[in-house]
Design a binder for this molecule. Structure first.
Ligand code: SF4
Length: 346
């Protein structure tokens, strides 16, 4: 059972029968940053299948750049707030479609109530974001997962008593078992949408494995309405990994499926570099196709014959195939353009 309730974030609905949403978090400070660059990067992330993006809102100085980004972003923007309730209210006034807070870090009850009132007045959303490392005193001696769930349920009750329910919950831990336990328990007790993620998950490879295991199991049990694959690395990789999990589970259709051989002693074509170049661009295409990149001309064409397009080569010479038929002999330097031209004209 995916959540029964939904949460509206700008014009995007999370939960209920809606698709599982993909999120990432901007990896740099927005203070003194070039807003055009950020807005253009958001556009590319959106094309790659990202639905929401979160920014740290760490001081009042973030207000101006955040407002500008919120105004120009093609996707809903989320402000991440720690400790200061005034920053949460400011972020909402600056156009945050959603804020992420941990009420336990905001302090006195009345401060959270003011934040919730501001979100309610402005028609915005709140994510109650709990991490296993920042929980209230464990008076009942509960295990970590239970403590996270009970705490989230208490906060949700508070929010409801203040007339607010446009809420999503996240219960994150770097320990995969705690993540699984908390999500399963929460989903059995609450109708609210749940955001899934394994926090502090590590490098691209390590995080992708841990996140695939944890998120894949939960989504397969119909638990989770939005996901982030946290990676110590490029946020574009987070989006690629999250979408790949959804496609693998059959929860997302379409998009480009990039396949490439592992390479062996026969490879002379630099397929590894070619994949690095092609992947971000291919993932931004709104096409339902398979593209193969193979390391040699011996077995490559045969192994890639089921792909819609395939690139393979010998040294600096490259060969472009469409549906198993050779359509062009090129060089490694113009292989990228030749492939995209073929796809566009395809
Ligand atoms: S396509 Fe060629 S290089 Fe790649 S694994 Fe097969 S034989 Fe090896």
């Amino acid at each position: 059972m995916f959540s029964k309730k939904t949460c509206k974030v700008r014009d995007l609905f999370i939960g209920g029968d809606n698709p599982v949403r993909v999120q990432t978090m901007y990896d740099s400070s927005i203070l003194n940053a070039d807003i055009d660059t950020i807005v253009s990067r958001i556009g590319k992330l959106s094309a790659m299948g990202c639905d929401l993006i979160r920014f740290s809102f760490s001081s009042l100085e973030d207000a101006n750049p955040f407002s500008e980004i919120a105004k120009r972003s093609v996707m809903p923007v989320v402000a991440d707030i720690h400790f200061d309730y005034r920053l949460a209210i400011k972020a909402l006034e600056c156009g945050a479609d959603k804020i992420r807070i941990n009420p336990g870090n905001i302090g006195a009850h009345w401060k959270t109530k003011e934040v919730v009132a501001a979100a309610k007045d402005l028609g915005r959303a709140i994510r109650i974001g709990l991490n296993s490392g920042s929980l209230p005193k464990n008076e009942k001696n509960l295990d970590k997962a239970s403590l996270m769930v009970d705490t989230a349920l208490e906060y949700l009750d508070d929010f409801e008593s203040w007339g607010f329910d446009n809420t999503v919950v996240s219960l994150k831990a770097s320990d995969v078992d705690v993540t699984l336990d908390a999500a399963r328990r929460f989903a059995s007790l609450s109708d609210y949408p749940l955001h899934l993620g394994v926090t502090e998950a590590g490098s691209a490879i390590v995080s992708s494995v841990r996140s695939s295991w944890a998120l894949g199991n939960l989504l397969d049990e119909h638990i989770g309405d939005t996901i982030r694959v946290s990676i110590t690395g490029d946020i574009e990789d987070e989006v690629i990994a999250a979408n790949e999990i959804l496609r693998t589970l059959g929860l997302k259709k379409g998009g480009v499926r990039l396949v490439s051989c592992p390479r062996c002693g026969r490879h002379t074509f630099d397929s590894r570099r070619m994949v690095e170049i092609l992947e971000p661009r291919l993932m931004s295409l709104d096409k339902d196709i398979t593209v193969a990149v193979m390391g040699c001309q011996v077995n490559g064409p045969g192994e890639a014959k089921d792909a819609d397009y395939a690139l393979t080569g010998i040294g600096r010479k490259a060969f472009l195939y469409a549906k198993g038929e050779l359509i062009k002999e090129i060089t490694i330097d113009n292989a990228e353009e030749a492939l995209f031209e073929a796809i566009e004209n395809g």
